[in-house]
Write a protein that binds this ligand. Structure first.
Ligand code: PLP
Length: 399
């Protein structure tokens, strides 16, 4: 008999982390491996931000902080929401945690009873269903479609909401598809949510700044009547290339933020003091470098799209945000590799690309949508070009 709790059946290790383990193992054997599997920008954390972290250590800023974040960090978050989103919060409505991930997890843990449902549009970020399961909830997956630009249709949202629904997750720009909801598209969804006052809204805005289209819409700003039941989650990981610093923040109704604070106080206490100081510098500093990054990312996106377009059996529409292609690879399934293995699923294809081309990608099934591959273009252009050549060659070898 297992000594593990029943709840451990409801979670699996993050598939993206598993790919990285395989990539590192191949690299350790001396292979040149390119990882297009990781959801992490390759850019270094900008020096003015890193320096603020160093200064915090030197100033002895190395002790516990207030559970929901230092006063300076909370003020920086409040100013960010006001300046960039037109959202106005009090300090008691804001919480800082060890990544957006921890905050989303705590929000579910604080609100879900056994059997409560969370509407999760697919393709979804790999962690949502597992987090919901660990909190005893049930993920109600709603499949979105490539022909809709991967966007959740208002009528699909309406149909998914039932008496047990506690949350709806909206993630724009989306991981893994890069879909960005326009103000009009967001308004169509918030109109549905307005009709269901018992439902909380999880706005995961972590890719807000990684956009190739103008205009960013977040539910609480789009529909102010939803603000009192929306948790707006964001962080510095993707915008400022600070994944390892582990700082996320969220704002929402006080009763919810209070409950999340209780959970944090009994688990991790506070986010790293040094990282909070660096995140203050990030949020208060200029954002010109982000525009430069987005230009670079757009070039990489276009380069990778070119390759995908050239491969017979693969295709992908132009993503509007984030740093992923979610490429349709259904035309490659059923084909044989040079050693006569038939690629039956997206998993087989990802395994083949890793073995034969030494390129790490993530199978679409990990995001709830089989028949696709997620390719992250968070590597330098020469490396990306090498990856493109390898993928093209490996796909051309299929019969
Ligand atoms: N939300 C989405 C959609 C993500 O892709 C990620 C990271 O991959 C996160 C949240 C978590 O970000 P962090 O915990 O680093 O703030």
């Amino acid at each position: 008999a297992s000594l593990l709790a029943q709840r451990m059946r409801k979670a699996r290790p993050s598939p993206t982390a598993e790919i990285s383990v395989k990539v590192r193992a191949l690299a350790a054997q001396g292979h040149s491996v390119i990882n297009l599997g990781e959801g992490e920008l390759d850019f270094p954390t900008p020096p003015h931000i890193a320096q603020a972290g160093i200064a915090a250590i030197e100033a002895g800023d190395t002790k516990y902080t207030a559970v929901p974040g230092t006063p300076a960090m909370k003020q920086a978050v409040i100013a960010k929401f006001a300046r960039e989103n037109g959202l106005h919060y009090q300090a008691e409505e804001v919480i800082v945690g060890a990544g957006a991930k921890q905050l989303i997890f705590n929000a579910f843990l604080a609100t879900l009873d056994a059997g409560d449902e969370v509407v999760v549009p697919a393709p979804y970020w790999v962690s949502y269903p597992d987090m919901v399961g660990l909190a005893d909830g049930v993920a109600r997956i709603v499949q979105c479609h490539e022909q809709d630009g991967w966007k959740l249709r208002p009528e699909a949202l309406e149909a998914a909401i039932g008496p047990r629904t506690r949350w709806v997750i909206l993630n724009s720009p989306n991981n893994p598809t890069g879909a960005v909801y326009s103000a009009a598209e967001m308004a169509a969804l918030t109109a549905v949510l307005l009709r269901h006052p018992q439902v909380l809204v999880m706005a995961d805005d972590i890719y807000e700044h990684t956009r190739y289209v103008p205009g960013f819409s977040t539910p609480a700003a789009q529909e102010p009547a939803l603000k009192e039941r929306t948790l707006t989650v964001n962080g510095v990981s993707k915008a400022y290339s600070m994944t390892g610093w582990r700082i996320g923040y969220a704002a929402g109704p006080r009763w919810l933020v209070d409950a999340m604070q209780v959970l944090q106080s009994q688990s991790t206490s506070n986010a790293c003091s040094i990282s909070q100081a660096a995140a203050v510098a990030a949020l208060q500093g200029g954002t010109g470098f982000i525009e430069d990054w987005v230009l670079l990312l757009a070039q990489r996106r276009d380069r990778l799209l070119q390759t995908v377009a050239r491969i017979e059996g693969m295709h992908c529409a132009l993503p509007e945000g984030a740093f992923y292609l979610f490429a349709n690879c259904q035309g490659l399934l059923g084909r044989s590799t040079p050693d006569s293995t038939i690629l039956r699923t997206d998993l087989d294809l990802a395994a083949y690309l890793l073995d034969a081309a030494h390129v790490g990608t993530v199978h679409g099934s990990a995001f709830g949508t089989p028949g696709y591959l997620r390719l992250a273009y968070a590597v330098d252009m020469p490396v990306l070009e090498d990856a493109c050549r390898r993928i093209e060659r490996a796909c051309a070898a299929l019969t």
